[in-house]
Design a protein around this ligand. Structure first.
Ligand SMILES: Cc1cc2nc3c(=O)[nH]c(=O)nc-3n(C[C@H](O)[C@H](O)[C@H](O)COP(=O)(O)O)c2cc1C
Length: 183
């Protein structure tokens, strides 16, 4: 791989694992065309961002926006009752995407977004996409496209077919990064 080969990075926050699963299949789809890493945003330091042609960031929708310390703590409480059978992701209660975007310079980086949200009309569910795009622009990124949303049921499990849709979205994103073939 030479220095001009496009590379992509998928970075995510996830409380119960669904957003991580979506991130992993988006990265798998993109990898068909370009080398793509997939990382928990909490394990990503700013110097590692150099050299990526596209950054894809994702987080769950909480209270119609990005998770906050209070919403993460609230989510942990849900595990005790209606989300039985689920477990918390490692580091789930530590600062995540919102805080990372507020503290990281993304100057000139091309970026796109994804979220997971409840399977309700968007007017009711809200979405973390606008907040993510706004914070990314404030950090200097060039935000591309409208982003991708996958939906979960009332226990936070991905609805059937959502991982396939996410992989397809990743495939198309990856293709958009491939250099045109010279005649
Ligand atoms: C505290 C809290 C608030 C939530 N608020 C919303 C919401 O406003 N709209 C929505 O569609 N889903 C909401 N959800 C559902 C989450 O979007 C869902 O749990 C998430 O997509 C699962 O992703 P994860 O497994 O990566 O954490 C909320 C979940 C929690 C824990």
């Amino acid at each position: 791989m030479d220095e001009t080969t496009p590379r992509a990075l998928v970075a995510y926050e996830s409380l119960f694992g669904s957003t991580r699963q979506v991130a992993e299949v988006i990265a798998a789809g993109m990898s068909q065309s370009v080398p793509t890493d997939c990382r928990d945003v909490r394990r990503l330091s700013p110097y590692e961002l150099r050299g990526f042609s596209l950054l894809v960031i994702g987080a769950p929708t909480h209270a119609r926006s990005l998770p906050t310390p209070a919403s993460r703590a609230e989510g942990a409480k849900w595990l005790e009752n209606r989300m039985y059978g689920r477990t918390l992701e490692g580091r789930a209660l530590t600062p995540g995407m919102r805080e990372w975007l507020g503290a990281t310079a993304l100057t000139g980086l091309r970026l796109t977004t994804f979220t997971t949200r409840t399977d309700l009309p968007r007017l009711l569910s809200g979405s973390a996409l606008p907040a993510m795009a706004r914070l990314a622009r404030r950090a200097g990124a060039w935000v591309d496209g409208r982003g991708f949303e996958a939906v979960v049921d009332e226990k936070g499990q991905l609805v059937a077919g959502e991982l396939d849709r996410a992989r397809e979205w990743g495939l198309l994103l990856g293709r958009s990064l491939r250099r045109p073939v010279r005649a």
